[in-house]
Structures are given as structure tokens and as C-alpha cells.
Design a protein around this ligand. Sequence first.
Ligand code: BES
Ligand code: MN
Ligand code: ZN
Length: 507
Amino acid sequence: MDFQLKSMRLATAAAAKTPALIVLVADGFEPGGDALSALIRRASGSGDFKTEAGALLASYGSAGIEAGRVVLAGIGDGHLAHVRKGVAAALGALKGSPATTLTLCFAQPAAPAALGAAVLAASDAAYIYTATKSKETFKDHVDLRQVVVGEPDATATAARGAFEYAVSIAEGVRLAREWANRPANHATPAMLGEAARALGKLPRMDCEVLGPKEVAKLGMGAFQAVAQGSGQALRFIVLRYRGAAKAEAPVVLVGKGITFDSGGISLKPGLEMDEMKFDMSGAASVLGVFRALAGLRPRINVVGLIPACENLPDGHAVKPGDVVTSMSGQTIEILNTDAEGRLILCDALTYAERFSPRAVIDIATLTGACAIALGGVRSGLFSTDDALAQALLAAGERGLDPCWRMPLDDEYAEGLKSNFADVANVGGRPAGAVTAAKFLQRFASAYPWAHLDIAGTAWKSGAVKGATGRPVGLLMQYLLEQAAHAAAPPQPAAQRKTARAAAKPRR
Ligand code: BES
Ligand code: MN
Ligand code: ZN
């Protein structure tokens, strides 16, 4: 979708030859002498329109206004979440209209971030999944191709910057949604590898895709164990974005790429099992971030790691009680084959050590328990590093993609004790999201580490079933803020050394 930013007052918007016009009106609007102001004044006066976020008034063929369809949309006090709500509601009202282009105009001067929020909301509302539907389904569908965003002071540098950011992030969110939405037979580990390879062709990008032989050579016994019950060969994807000097330590993102999670021999119940095609949403978010990085080219180095495979039961599948050796050298008793995410992630976390990263963030639809704890509003955040946790929490708030910090007390690791290996892969039902994080922590002692459990936030169920593209917004906000602070001194070196010394030896 094509976005354009234009400097626009209401008088200009009224004269714009556009098939559809959305006017975003915040509290305290002071009408001018133009036709749109007159419409807003009349509608407000009669009580038919309010500026509260999400309130709408749709009209057609209004006097003095060139656009056919006009939708007035309230954005409350103009806060980002309210802008998002207003834009989403307005685009919903235009659903089914034959307009392929529209103008989205702020009635009053808006903060640069509000322009970004409008772009992201419009892109989100206009996204439709088509990959596995026949053309027939779309004969009546109208594709929104162009959105012009208008605002009185849109020529300001800050406004342009925020707008460009949002356009690139929106592309990343769309890519993440698209891959997460695709069914498992249209998003195999090999296909994810190809998608990553395509991103690797973009400027400053590199991509390497490892197959079963290379992964065996690395000693990723935990990852291999999950993949061994499936006919689809595993892939280990390494994406690199070089936006800063070679010597600068990268941020490493690790995305869980289970393209389908049946549970394996510890088979899941049938109800809603189809939704386990979304179990590669973490991987999809990493692809989305790299897509956005390619557009924005911030001054930061980023590595993306994606272990991708299916978790299926067959005669070769890993069995409850099997003990495997991870790349770190730690042995793992697999008591439940449905706790597979942590098994593929732990080897990727060990692999991450070779980049001497400034931070490692893994993103995973890891536990149903996290979805129960936090629902679909906030992702679960776990971190061994307070500064990293704070940065991610703040990025989540600013990027309208919030998370919530969860504990990592050692007592939570009690249940992971095993009589037959260094660690078990499950620790009982209480605090399931935390015990999963405690498992991962054992493999992430060499660097500042954070884990985002997106089991509740990565997709929606029911009639609106589909991927959300989260947490691309959070991660991009974080990375852009890190790039902006690149001049600031990095993590205290002493702290990093102790962590490395404490790390278990690698094979
Ligand atoms: N992919 C699931 C987690 C999940 C379940 C996410 C439902 C979203 C909705 C994960 O691999 C899993 O199966 N986790 C188990 C862990 C348990 C066996 C300790 C779970 O959450 O039940
Ligand atoms: Mn599972
Ligand atoms: Zn899973």
C-alpha cells in the first residue's frame, strides 16, 4: 500500500478530489470558515457527532466538499491509542465502499507520533489475507491502494520522520501477519527459509539458511529432537542487518519457528489445534523486523535467528522420557514433547553467543499459561537485565504494543529438576510461563537477555481469527531507540564478563 504525507488544512481537505475522506477530530476542535468545519460544527451541535475516540459520523455528498464519502472520526484527546481507535473505526465504516484511495486528514495539528499511529492503524485495518483463497472470493473485494495522510504542519521534519518510520514498520507488521497467517502447508520451514533469503537480498542484509546436516554438526540436539517426528526438514535461519560499524555488538532476535505444533507424542486435544499454525509467530515477527529495518536502515547491527521445524508425532518422533544433549552441553529430559518451543530456542540461544551480542531477545508463542495470565493485551516480558527490561517496557508503551514484566525467581526452577538429565523440559502447571522462562534462562547467561512470551498477543481467535503482527511494533521501537542512543556508553563491561564466565561450557 502506498502512503503519502501532505500538508493539509480543512479548507484544502474540503477541496481535495478524493473518493473518500476521513477527518480525525480531537477534543477542543475550533471550527474555521471552511465547509468541513461547518459540517463538524453542525454535527456536534446536533449531538450526532462526538470527539470521543472511535465515535463516527458517515455522510455522503456534503455541500462544499469534493469527496463523495466523508467520515468524521473522533480521536479523543489525540493520544496515540485514541488515534489508532479512531482510524480503525473510520476504515471499518468505509469497508465495502468501492474507493481504492482515501485521504485521512487531521482537523487539528497533531504530534508526529500521531501521524505514525494513523499510518499503522490504516495499514492494519486495510490488510486482508488472500494467499490461500481463490480469486472468486475476491471478485467484490476492493483493494485500498493509496492513503494520503494530511495534517496542517506535515512538512515539519519531525512529522516526516515519524511518518516514514511508521510506513516501514507497517510493512514489517504486514509481512509478519502474512507469514503467521499462512497455513502450515504453505509456510513450511523451507518456505520460511526462502522468505528470509529474499530479505537477505536487500541492501545491508545477509542471510544464511542451515539444513539438518549443518544443524547436526553444530550439536543442536534439542532442536533436532523436536524436528525428528516430521517429514519436513528443519531449517536454521541466520539473518544479518549491518547498519553500524562491524565492531559494534549486535542485538540478536531469536524467533520461535514451529510451523505447526501438534504437541508431538504428547498430542494436543483436537479443539482449535489449527491455531497451532500460528506457532511460528515469533519467527514471523523477526522476518517483519528485518523487512522494516531494510526500509529504515537505522544505525545498529541486528542478527535474526530462526529455528524452524514442525512438532509432529510419528515412528521417529521424540518420546516422553527421552534425554537429548543441547548445543550448550546440558542434557535435557523431555518429559512432555509439547514443551517443544523451549527446546528449539535453547540451542538458538547458545548459537547466539558467537555474536558477542549487546542483548538477546527471544520472541515465542511459548506457553498457554502466559495467554491465561495476560490475555491478548500485553505480552509477557522476562529479563535478566533491568536496563534491557526497562527499555523494552518503554518501547512497548510508545509503540502501542505493550508488554508486562514477569518474575524470574530461582524458586520457580525447582520443578525443572530431573533424575535422569541436567534439566527437565517441564516444571508442572503452576506458573507455567515462568518455568518455561527459567528453562531458557539456563542457556542465556552469556549476555543480557530478554524473553517475550507472545502466546496471548500474536493472534486473535474466533470470528476475527488471524495474526496481529505483534510484537514487530515493540521490537522496532526498541531497535530505533537503541540506534538513536548508539553514541551512549554500552553495558558495563564487568557485568558482561561475569555472565560469560558463568556460562556452561559449549561442546
Ligand atoms: N505453542 C504452545 C503454547 C501455546 C498454546 C500458545 C496455546 C498459544 C496457545 C507450546 O508449545 C505448548 O504447547 N506449551 C505447553 C507447555 C506445557 C506442555 C508445559 C502449554 O502451554 O500447554
Ligand atoms: Mn507445544
Ligand atoms: Zn509450541
